[in-house]
Design a protein around this ligand. Sequence first.
Ligand SMILES: Nc1nc2c(ncn2[C@@H]2O[C@H](COP(=O)(O)OP(=O)(O)O)[C@@H](O)[C@H]2O)c(=O)[nH]1
Ligand SMILES: [Mg+2]
Length: 295
Amino acid sequence: MKSGFVAILGRPNVGKSTLLNAILNKRISIVTDKSQTTRNNILGIYHSENSQIIFTDTPGIHKPKQKLGEEMNAMAYSAAKDVDAAILVVDASLPFGDGDQFIIDHLDIHNVPLIIIFNKIDKAFLPKVLKLKEIYKEKFPNAILLDTVAQEGFNVDTLIKQLEDLLPEGPAYYPDDVVTDKDEVFLIKEIIREKALKILKDEVPHSIAIYVNNIEWEDNPMHIHATIIVEKEGQKGIVIGANGQRIKLIGEKARKDIERLLKKHVFLELFVKVEKDWRNEEGLLKTYGYKTEKK
Ligand SMILES: Nc1nc2c(ncn2[C@@H]2O[C@H](COP(=O)(O)OP(=O)(O)O)[C@@H](O)[C@H]2O)c(=O)[nH]1
Ligand SMILES: [Mg+2]
């Protein structure tokens, strides 16, 4: 069988997580219209009769402004090491810019089989896409170029076929019922964060983290006690909303998705806590799960 490790790389918001979910036909990576939604590397394992492909969805690579941003870039760079192939996802509806050049300069993807995905082709202007492709062809003469609409799963089957051609013969690294390396607690936190990101506007989203205080797995309904961490006192009120309406809505939406994930009744209790400047505190980055292990 063909098997191997493939990193999904690119700028924030180009559709990397959407692509991984489309490949797996499952939502394991959260997707929003805000950039820098994905904060950790997430393994997604694709199984078929003749292949096993282990994808890593990565945080978008960007010029970091905080320690959190540096950690996110470090995770993406580390995911690009020792892979059998790399996928560089590009938003085909945007012109080539500094952010794209930053990635090409910082990522070591020049010596691995590379597939460049031109995603969001549904909202791109084709003559401009052709121009964009010329730029990438010049920079990566050996890369395979492919158009996709990750949101609709368009060309995902072609991508899988191309990867199966590229990858070496190898063993199945994971049992065939394992779809991700992340445990349920991680997925629960990500669901809560996704709902909060979607419901909160502007400033607040990038300032939040989710902390799970306690889970009573055996209770029915299962009891989850979690905390939304914010950076400033003012953000606490925004998250809670008038009469607690906003946090209630976040909780309701998250509970439904968690119930779907775990196939259990869930009682979700959400709190808000201010943790000043957590995105710049080494210790707190670790507590909230955003510190890479330096090897
Ligand atoms: N129009 C369009 N939007 C897309 C497509 N793929 C993803 N998106 C949207 O782009 C936004 C960012 O997607 P996401 O997967 O979170 O990007 P990531 O930051 O690269 O992981 C979300 O609002 C997606 O729904 C696509 O093929 N076409
Ligand atoms: Mg993402």
